[in-house]
Design a binder for this molecule. Structure first.
Ligand SMILES: C[S@@+](CC[C@H](N)C(=O)[O-])C[C@H]1O[C@@H](n2cnc3c(N)ncnc32)[C@H](O)[C@@H]1O
Length: 355
């Protein structure tokens, strides 16, 4: 692979209106490397805490009655939504690392949409740890930033212009029409059954002239050089798992492949729609230092909480008592860490303006 082009260190300042991945066809990877050393700490301890009891003023006791599955906690049964990932500290840690690599991917920008500097109201749908909302609140002190989620997992000590609320974004939105200057949604794959409806609601609540941005990832892993083994656990277990899970939950995890974002923005009536695509390496295998850093962090999110990503999908697709769960996790970890495997996932940003 020595003659492959290396990926650029930065993305274009004005993203092209194209469905192409905005990186070279192949991310250059060194050949014949040893297996990656296990230099990640699987320790459950996370410095990045959550604080369920300290969240919004709309929290009632039932919303804190989390479901527990094999020691992991999940959002309250008060919500009809069946979101697959836990809401505990281990998962929150992975979410914060995800925010970090996505910010590096955007060259330290928090978003791509050309919003006004003097925006007044910002909404972050499915805010998770609230880390994006907090960073935006810091960067735009005159804006009021609201983050919503199924679970009150956001911290107490946040900038004064940031607040969090419990809300299921798949239900009817109660925000007034023409309310927000910017609505942001990120990594809601596996949470949304009807993307058109979600984006219609965002359109209604966005001010004329305001922007809505969606960033999603297809969890299916691919490689450009055939380095994902056909009989390996990524090809035989990981990739089919989320396809099957989507079928069972009545939604699709293949948001990019189905172009749900693009179709939703168009159907809702947004204009000036732009699409920007990235490859998200699994592991620090790319030769480009920026991509290697992103890849290392992506691997870290997976290794830090592989169980969080797999436990409920395994139970739903294969059955809770089906043997082989722990062995499968071990095989996945080994494959993800393998330097000879040049796997990546795809990430797509779509944003549009309400006329
Ligand atoms: C992968 S995390 C992404 C968090 C955050 N957007 C980020 O990028 O850092 C997905 C989040 O969506 C939330 N979520 C899932 N279904 C939801 C729903 N129906 N309404 C609101 N939030 C939801 C989950 O609770 C979780 O915090």
């Amino acid at each position: 692979m020595a003659d492959q082009p290396t990926a650029p260190a930065t993305q274009s300042a004005s993203p092209p209106e194209t469905a192409e991945i905005n990186q070279p066809e192949l991310i250059a990877a060194p050949q014949g490397e040893e297996e990656l050393e296990d230099d990640f700490d699987d320790d459950a301890d996370s410095a990045l805490g959550n604080d369920a009891a300290s969240s919004t003023n709309s929290v009632t006791a039932s919303i804190l009655e989390y479901r527990t599955i094999k020691g992991r906690t999940y959002h309250s049964e008060r919500h009809e939504s069946q979101y697959f990932a836990p809401n505990d500290e281990q998962q929150m840690h992975s979410q914060d690392i995800t925010h970090h690599y996505l910010t590096i991917m955007l060259d330290d920008k928090l978003f791509l949409a050309p919003v006004k500097d003097d925006m007044e109201r910002v909404l972050d749908v499915g805010t998770g740890t609230g880390i994006w909302a907090i960073d935006v609140g810091d960067q735009y002190p005159s804006a009021e930033v609201v983050g919503t989620d199924l679970s009150p997992t956001q911290p107490l000590w946040v900038p004064p212009n940031v607040k969090f609320e419990i809300d299921d974004c798949t239900k009817d939105w109660t925000w007034p029409a023409d309310h927000f200057d910017f609505i942001h949604m990120r990594y809601l794959f596996g949470a949304i059954g009807d993307w058109n409806r979600l984006l219609q609601q965002a359109f209604r609540c966005c001010k004329p002239g305001g922007w809505v941005q969606s960033c999603e990832c297809d969890v299916e892993m691919c490689s450009d050089d055939g380095s994902i083994k056909e009989d390996g656990v990524i090809a035989t277990f990981w990739n089919p798992l989320y396809k099957e899970l989507g079928k069972k939950l009545g939604l699709s995890f293949q948001v990019l492949e189905n172009r749900f974002q693009n179709k939703g923005f168009e159907a809702a009536g947004f204009v000036d729609i732009k699409e920007v695509n990235f490859k998200l390496p699994i592991g620090a295998w790319p030769m480009d230092p920026k991509l290697a850093e992103i890849g290392g962090l992506t691997l870290l999110t997976l290794i830090n909480d592989l169980e969080g990503y797999v436990l409920v999908p395994w139970n739903i697709v294969h059955g809770e008592d089906t043997p082989g769960y722990q062995q499968t996790l071990a095989h996945l970890r080994r494959e993800f860490r393998s330097r000879s495997m040049h796997a990546y996932m795809k990430v797509r940003y779509v944003y549009g303006r309400k006329p």
